[in-house]
Design a protein around this ligand. Structure first.
Ligand code: DGL
Length: 269
């Protein structure tokens, strides 16, 4: 039976739009609600318990909006909240780390994978565990690159500033000889052109956007929850004033984004 309820997707800011876009591409009949938690951006430097609290409140909000599945389109929030969220909520929840880990293991020929992410994701070691769970022989080198998030959020992903930061942040991974680089933050896919200029042909880049969207498709199909696509509706909400959100969102999303509205899901607290 077709299920026309929306898919809920969230991130701390614009980064998760890379995942949303892949969901739209693969599942054009599905309605979506995207939430960017700009009020608490960035998640990367925060304690996991704090990020988990935000994620739980957002999942509760999305459940209240009657979504049929939640995608945590943020690596930091996936690392901090996915396992416990699955124990707490009935709604099916998909994170971005598992799909990215699978893609990385499939892609590496040398058995050496570099992972760049926020501090929170690196400290959680979730990528290391996810990759080793699939293939314990694969070597994993993780590097926290917090400045890259700001660079992307400020619309500077394709700038000399990005190139300087990438040259510095990726030097060690290049030296170690990893042939796959996991963009372990949903903000990072926008850095692909700059990475290609600084370290041309050094690694295959893996981001979890397309693999996560594919997982969502498979899960909905398997559970018989796909929409019949009469009139898919798309909504974007943010938890704080969207200063440069639309501008950066359009670069990231690759097209005009649906109108953005502000919600205060913590209003009643
Ligand atoms: N998009 C988030 C992620 O994938 C990082 C941004 C932030 O620090 O909030 O980890």
């Amino acid at each position: 039976m077709a299920d026309s309820r929306p898919i809920g997707v969230f991130d701390s800011g614009v980064g998760g739009l890379t995942v949303l876009r892949e969901i739209h591409d693969r599942l054009p009949s599905e309605s979506t609600i995207y939430l960017g938690d700009l009020k608490h951006f960035p998640y990367g430097p925060r304690y996991p318990t704090e990020v988990r609290g935000f994620a739980f409140d957002i999942i509760r909000y999305l459940q209240g909006r009657d979504v049929k599945l939640v995608v945590i389109a943020c690596n930091t929030a996936t690392a901090a909240a996915l396992s416990q969220a699955r124990e707490t909520f009935d709604v099916p929840i998909v994170g971005v780390i598992g799909p990215g880990a699978h893609a990385a293991v499939e892609a590496t020929r040398k058995g050496l994978v570099g992972v760049i992410s926020t501090e929170g994701t690196a400290a959680s070691q979730e990528y290391l565990h996810a990759i080793k769970e699939i293939d314990p022989m694969v070597g994993v080198f993780q590097k926290a690159c917090p400045e890259l998030v700001d660079i992307v959020e400020q619309g500077d992903a394709d700038s000399p500033r990005a190139e300087v930061a990438l040259e510095r942040d990726l030097a060690e991974i290049v030296k170690l000889g990893a042939d796959v680089l996991v963009l372990g933050c949903t903000h990072y896919p926008l850095l692909k052109p700059a990475i290609g200029r600084i370290y041309p042909g050094c690694f295959q880049l893996v981001d979890s956007a397309s693999t996560t969207a594919e997982k969502v498709r498979r899960q909905l199909e398997h559970a018989n929850l796909l929409a019949d696509g009469a009139r898919p509706q798309h909504e974007i909400v943010v938890t704080s004033v969207p200063e440069r959100f639309n501008e950066v969102a359009e670069i990231l999303f690759g097209e005009r984004v649906p109108e953005v509205t502000e919600v205060d899901i913590w209003e009643a607290k």
